[in-house]
Design a protein. Structure first.
Length: 180
């Protein structure tokens, strides 16, 4: 199993994903799960992520876990090549997963860490800056990375995966120190 984590799937992240996948992506299928965004007023990132996947040549197979049956969910997750879960309202997603799956399974899928975030205006294009200004109500670069939370999260990953599996785990954690 390989795990690729990114907070927002843009064209820049798509390039990293293409390198990470290390295979021809054209014609492969991604299960695209936008459920968490269904209750959000601002969900521009969903279409942005969808388009970025399509530009890679991936076939986007949307799966809304709030309306799909357990059979549909299982079939798509087992047969498609990749899984992408958009951001949004995590509590809504958790509620819908709980409705679709037993609690024991959902317990293993719960987020255990929030490591903060960062806006780097000098690296954004005009469109991205305009969106961040409107949503975050700031026009300056902001860094609120919680390195302590990252430090606590790493042992959790190590406990979940065997050493062999860890060789295939690729995590993107962008924070100020790595960008210098």
């Amino acid at each position: 199993m390989k795990l690729f984590l990114a907070s927002f799937f843009t064209k820049d992240i798509a390039k990293l994903f293409e390198n990470f996948a290390n295979q021809e992506l054209k014609g492969k299928t991604v299960t695209f799960i936008p459920t968490a965004s269904k209750v959000e007023k601002m969900a521009f990132y969903v279409n942005s992520g969808r388009k970025a996947h399509e530009k890679l040549g991936l076939i986007v197979d949307e799966l809304d876990v709030s309306t799909a049956t357990q059979t549909e969910i299982a079939e798509k997750l087992q047969t498609n090549d990749f899984i992408y879960v958009t951001g949004g309202n995590t509590f809504f997603l958790l509620q819908e997963l709980t409705n679709a799956y037993p609690q024991k399974l959902v317990q293993h899928a719960v987020s255990t860490c929030f490591a903060g975030g960062e806006f780097q205006f000098e690296k954004m294009n005009f469109f991205e800056r305009a969106i961040i200004k409107r949503i975050a109500k700031t026009d300056k670069s902001v860094s609120q990375i919680n390195e302590e939370a990252i430090g606590k999260f790493i042992p959790l990953i190590i406990n979940i995966y065997s050493k062999e599996q860890l060789n295939d785990v690729y995590t993107i954690i962008v924070y100020k120190k790595s960008l210098k």
